[in-house]
Every structure is written in structure tokens, then in C-alpha cells.
Design a protein around this ligand. Structure first.
Ligand code: TPP
Ligand code: MG
Length: 672
């Protein structure tokens, strides 16, 4: 390679930075960055639209390194092209408090548009980023001024393509004809433990052609003219594009190129020297960036800087022409809520027959959608069951070629749905919600966790929340999911007891702009509680509250969530008959309750009242923190069964008699 050529010099700098950083950290993944360095150089140098001095420019192209393990590729590019990543950051790759963590982390590093590492997630996020771009373009581009006009670039590896979510992503992106989604596929034919031929033989381009994508192959991953031509071809095509690039993992390493040994460990000092020698690079230099490389890369960023200046002018003209729209745009980008937004949420009158919380939550959502145009979302083919279709506001579906609607039909693709929602939120300008049965949270576990890790306020709506759903049986009846979701840091899970708590839960979820929420809702009807005789539902905003109290210090406290709150209330009447004073605490959100000041928590669960019972039709895991060592959990340590919901609940012990017995046992009395 001719290192006098500035293109080659820059590419070699990316390769050597990756080798050196991984060697110094004594961990990391040098191989993929070495193979992909030319593609990255062409992307940042010639193709992508960005201004490194404004990494959050709303109309920048988004970049997703779905193969997050190749993080040094991204960090090297961000460093050379002038983002706020210094050589010191590169030298502290993978160290405590560095801006260059092992896998790219959103909000940690300027220029990182999403957190990646779990293979396939980034690809899913990228579909959301591309959908968001089209949806916002449909809303905000007016008067001949295009204020939303960018693309989403993705790098996927073999592992990304093996993951099932790549099918969901390819399928929906093709269906929605997301022409601004362009994927570079690093076809290096090696994965973590050997050649991909061990497990992977399909024709990936044929697969994506079948999804309706434009596909193209670059046979030599070092041919920058061919890479550029393929990327420009992708830009010109109205379909999403897959650019398959035949690369060589650890390109140039005499002993490790094309082997899995180059995937995830340092090459070793001797191998690095030999590789640098082959590149025509000073073999003893570490973290070397020639001055001319900095200058060259800086020059290449002028294209994006000038694009942003032009955009600022367009924005100013558009703002003059469309002041109301511009005000809304600024509000939604800042995730500010309009004055009085929550006044629209209905209050539900007391009603013994009641309604399913999925139904009341659906009404609250529809009311909110009328005042919050940024609220968009849908379900995985379950709208009639999850009650999440936005019908009241007269908004349509997002479809290929017309992205002005607000309902997104995800099809039966839960994993993608979660990852896509994260992309919608990360893009900015939208507040996404997604819905499915609570049991199928399992299929979207990683996206939910990543929403929490990235601080994205996605609302996950989960209906059919317990064995109480009945006939569909144990495959559809969650038992362990409440415990699992409550264990996710920074996630706010609400299991409302009735219609008014469901409405408050939606308000809480919308008001929170820096963390995700999960709303866990019943299929079956539950009474709308008579709040004139009980505490108001806005107690939900403290996580847990005394719903029904006793005149003096209670003998026992019954703590319940969701549909079981009603059982606890009924049990208090029976207990009163026995001269036992029982307080009922509704505990819709553990995390929020735990965040309250000690005085409040103690007022709800006074330390001196040690007789405590939890009532929740789910695994007891996690309840000991509230019921303590003497407490009794009315819970489930088994799977459910297929039968009418009330029969299942009764057979599995969710009866007034059982709750009363549990209260007696908690008080140290014999059961009746
Ligand atoms: C969901 C998931 N499973 C497993 C891993 C662990 N892992 C990291 S990279 C990798 C495969 C590497 O192959 P490829 O994607 O082709 O990357 P390359 O070796 O070419 O860099 C695996 C299994 C992961 N990061 N995410
Ligand atoms: Mg590979």
C-alpha cells in the first residue's frame, strides 16, 4: 500500500489505531476495524452528512455500528474526523470512566447515535431511526423547505446477519420501503469461533433482495472507488440498500488475517510490528497519527459543515413561513410537554362492573394522542387486544410512501418492535410506545434493557398480564415477568389496579423524559374503585400509597398490585369481621416507591407493623423487601393453566379466604 497517498495513509491510521488501542487495553476486537477501515474512511470522508462541531445536529446522517464489538473503528473515525474524542481517549480505550467504552455507548461519546454490542440490536435501532426520519419529514417539511432530509448508515457483521432480528429488520424495512436506510455488510467470513462456513451458508444478498432491498456487492473491501460508487448507488435507489463488502478480518496481519484469532483479542506486539511493516508504517510507533492525516480529514469535513450552514438558513426561512410548526418542532425536539397536556386524560367514575385496565389505558392513550402529536407507536399485530390503536385523533397508519400517519403496524416482530422503538426515540422528535402481550416481553427483553441503559423514554405497553387472562393457558400467562422487569435498572414498571390508576400510569410514563416505562395491564375486567371512600389514584405517582386505611395502627398490611388490589380490599372486610384491622397498600411501581423519602415510605409501611402480606398473581421474587422476614406472599411458584380466568385465579389460590388466611399467618395466628 502506498502510504504517501492520503487516502491510504488515513486508512492505515485507522487500522493501526485499532491495533494499538486493543493491544494497550489488552482486550478488544482489532480484526473487524482493520478490515472495515476503508469503508469507514469513505463513509466519513466522502458520504455521510455531519458536522463534527455539532454532533447533535438534528438533520445529520445517523450512523449505527451494529457490530458494536468493532468499536475501535468508530472511535478512530470520530477522532480523525474531529469529533470530541482525543488521542488520550483512544489510549484509554475500555478503561474506567473513559469515553471509549468496550462497546459504543449512547450519550457517552459524541458521534455515537446508539448503544450497540448485542448483535442485531443496532440494525433494529437503525430501522427506527430511518422510520423517524420519514415520519418527521412528512410532518415538518413544508413550503419547499426540507428541514428533515437525512439518511441512516449502518455497519452490520456476519453475527448481525445471523441473528433473527436481522430478518425482522430486513423484512419490515423492505415493506416500508425505507430508501434512506443503507447497510454496509462486513462479509469477512469469520466470526468469533471460526469461519462462518461452520454455520452460515445462505446468500445474504439474495435474502435482502427478497425483502425488496436494493443490493450490491463490493468484491474488494480495499477498493475505495468501488465502495464510494456502491454507496452513491445506495443513495440513488428508492429502496433500502444492502452493500455487501468482501473484507478480510485483520487485513495485513501476516499470521492472523482471515482467522478467528483476530476477532476478539490483541494481535500481540510481534504481530503488530510485522503488520505495520507490511503497511509500510513505522513499526515502533504507537498511536501514530501523521499531521497530514489530521489536515486531510479536517478538509473532508468541510462538506458537512457547509451542509449544516445551508440547513440553518433553510431552517430560518421555514421558521418564518411556519411559526406554529416551528414552535412544535422545537418543543418535541426538547421533549417538552405543552401546557396543560395532562388535563385531557379522563377520570373514570366508580363502577363495580368496571373495565379491563388495557381498555382504560387505551382511552387515556387516545386522549393524550390528541394533544401530543409526538406520541406514535403500535403493536405487534395485537391492536384489537392491546387497545393501543390511535383511533380517536383520526390518525392513520404509517405505510410505504406515506409516513404521515402515527400508527405503526409492526407485524409479529416483537424483537424488532422494541429495537425500532429505541431508534424512534433516539432520533429525537417522537415519543414512541409499543405494545404486545406481557408474555411476549420475552421476545423483546434486550431492547427494553437497552432503552433503560440509554435513558430513552419509550413506553412499553404489556397487556394480558397474569394467569387471570384465562383460557389461552400457561404459554400466554406470565409468572416471572414482573420480577424480571422490576430488576431492570432505571425502568419504571406500573401495574395499575383500576381505570384511574391506569390513566395516572400513562401520565407518569409521558411525564418521564429520561427513562422507559412499562405499563402492565389486565385482559379481564376489574372494578373502577370508588375513590370517594378510598385514597385518590394519583397516589400512583409515589409508587405505592395507602389505598384503604384503618382508624388506628393496622394489625396487618396487605400490599397488592393490579387486579389483586381488589382481592386485598375484599379481604379487609372479612378481616374486620374477625376484629383484625387491615390496611391496603396499592403498590403499582416498586421503583418509584423506593425513590420516595424515608418518612413517606415509613408512613405507608410503618416499621412496627411487621405482619404483612403481598398479593400478586406472579412469582413472589422481589416482594421480601416489602413484606420482610415475617411476611406471607400470596403468589405463584408454578405455571398457570388453561381455563376461564376466574377459575384459574381461584384454583391457584387467589381467593378472599386465602388472603385472609395469609393475613392470620402473618400475624402469627393459625389459619382457619
Ligand atoms: C447477541 C450476541 N450474541 C453473542 C455476542 C458475542 N459475540 C460478539 S462478536 C460475535 C461474532 C463475531 O462475528 P462477526 O459478527 O462476524 O464479527 P467479526 O468476527 O467479523 O468481527 C459474537 C458471537 C454478542 N455480542 N451479541
Ligand atoms: Mg465476521
Amino acid at each position: 500500500m502506498d502510504v504517501n497517498d492520503l487516502d491510504a495513509l488515513t486508512i492505515t491510521t485507522i487500522r493501526t489505531l485499532a491495533m494499538d488501542a486493543v493491544q494497550k487495553a489488552n482486550s478488544g476486537h482489532p480484526g473487524a476495524p482493520m478490515g472495515l477501515a476503508p469503508a469507514a474512511y469513505v463513509l466519513w470522508g466522502r458520504i455521510m452528512r455531519y458536522d463534527p462541531s455539532a454532533p447533535e445536529w438534528p438533520d445529520r446522517d445517523r450512523f449505527v455500528l451494529s457490530a458494536g464489538h468493532a468499536s475501535m473503528l468508530l472511535y478512530a473515525a470520530l477522532h480523525l474526523f474531529g469529533f470530541g474524542i482525543g488521542l488520550d481517549d483512544i489510549k484509554s480505550f475500555r478503561q474506567w470512566a473513559s469515553h471509549t467504552p468496550g462497546h459504543p455507548e449512547f450519550a457517552d461519546t459524541p458521534g455515537v447515535d446508539t448503544t450497540t454490542g448485542p448483535l442485531g440490536q443496532g440494525f433494529g435501532n437503525s430501522v427506527g431511526l430511518a422510520v423517524a426520519e420519514r415520519m418527521l419529514a412528512a410532518r415538518y417539511n413544508r413550503s419547499g423547505h426540507d428541514v428533515v432530509d437525512h439518511r441512516t448508515w449502518v455497519v452490520c457483521s456476519d453475527g448481525d446477519m445471523m441473528e433473527g432480528i436481522s430478518h425482522e429488520a430486513g423484512s419490515l424495512a423492505g415493506f416500508l420501503r425505507l430508501g434512506r436506510l443503507n447497510v454496509v455488510y462486513d462479509d469477512n467470513r469469520v466470526s468469533l469461533s471460526g469461519p462462518t462456513s461452520m454455520t452460515f451458508s445462505e446468500d445474504v444478498t439474495a435474502r435482502f433482495s427478497a425483502y425488496g432491498w436494493h443490493t450490491v456487492t463490493v468484491e474488494d473491501g480495499n477498493d475505495i472507488a468501488a465502495l464510494e460508487a456502491a454507496m452513491r448507488g445506495a443513495i440513488d435507489d428508492e429502496r433500502p440498500s444492502l452493500i455487501r463488502v468482501r473484507t478480510h478480518i485483520a487485513f495485513g496481519s501476516p499470521h492472523k488475517q482471515d482467522t478467528f484469532q483476530a476477532h476478539g483479542s490483541p494481535l500481540g506486539e510481534d504481530e503488530i510490528k510485522a503488520t505495520k511493516q507490511g503497511y509500510g508504517w513505522p513499526e515502533d510507533a504507537h498511536f501514530l497519527v501523521p499531521d497530514e492525516v489530521y489536515q486531510h480529514c479536517h478538509g473532508l469535513t468541510e462538506r458537512g459543515r457547509s451542509a449544516r450552514r445551508d440547513w440553518e438558513e433553510t431552517l430560518a426561512k421555514w421558521r418564518d413561513a411556519e411559526p406554529d410548526l416551528a414552535a412544535q418542532w422545537e418543543r418535541v425536539l426538547a421533549r417538552r410537554l405543552p401546557e396543560g397536556w395532562d388535563d385531557v386524560v379522563p377520570e373514570f367514575p366508580a363502577d363495580d362492573k368496571g373495565d379491563a385496565t388495557r381498555a382504560s389505558a387505551g382511552k387515556a392513550l387516545n386522549a393524550l394522542s390528541g394533544v401530543l402529536p409526538e406520541l406514535v407507536g403500535g403493536s405487534a399485530d395485537l391492536d384489537p387486544s392491546t387497545n393501543t390503536h390511535l383511533g380517536d385523533a383520526g390518525v392513520g397508519d404509517v405505510v410505504a410512501g406515506d409516513y404521515s400517519g402515527r400508527n405503526i403496524q409492526f407485524g409479529v416482530r416483537e424483537h424488532l418492535m422494541g429495537a425500532l422503538a429505541n431508534g424512534l426515540s433516539l432520533h429525537g422528535g417522537l415519543r414512541p410506545f409499543v405494545a404486545t402481550f406481557f408474555m411476549f416481553y420475552d421476545y423483546m427483553k434486550n431492547p427494553v434493557r437497552l432503552a433503560a441503559l440509554m435513558g430513552q423514554p419509550v413506553v412499553f405497553v404489556y397487556t394480558h398480564d397474569s394467569v387471570g387472562l384465562g383460557e389461552d393457558g400457561p404459554t400466554h400467562q406470565p409468572v416471572e415477568n414482573l420480577a424480571a422487569l422490576r430488576a431492570v435498572p432505571f425502568l419504571y414498571l406500573y401495574r395499575p389496579a383500576d381505570a384511574n390508576e391506569a390513566a395516572e400510569a400513562w401520565k407518569a410514563a409521558v411525564a418521564r423524559t429520561d427513562a422507559p416505562s412499562a405499563l402492565v395491564l389486565t385482559r379481564q375486567k376489574v372494578p373502577v374503585l370508588d375513590r370517594s371512600r378510598l385514597a385518590p389514584a394519583d397516589g400512583l405517582h409515589r409508587g405505592g400509597y395507602v389505598l384503604k386505611d384503618t382508624p388506628s395502627t393496622p394489625d396487618v398490611i396487605l400490599i397488592a398490585t393490579g387486579s389483586e388490589v381488589h382481592l386485598a380490599l375484599e379481604a379487609t372486610e372479612r378481616l374486620e369481621g374477625e376484629g383484625i384491622a387491615a390496611r391496603v397498600v396499592s403498590m403499582p411501581c416498586f421503583r418509584l416507591f423506593d425513590e420516595q423519602v424515608a418518612e413517606y415510605r415509613d408512613s405507608v409501611l410503618p416499621a412496627q407493623v411487621t405482619a404483612r402480606v403481598s398479593v400478586e398473581a406472579a412469582s413472589p421474587f422481589g416482594w421480601d423487601r416489602y413484606i420482610g422476614p415475617h411476611g406471607v406472599a400470596v403468589a405463584l411458584d408454578r405455571f398457570g393453566a388453561s381455563a376461564p380466568g376466574d377459575v384459574v385465579m381461584e384454583k391457584l389460590g387467589f381467593t378472599v379466604a386465602n388472603v385472609v388466611d395469609a393475613a392470620r399467618r402473618a400475624m402469627g395466628k393459625d389459619p382457619r
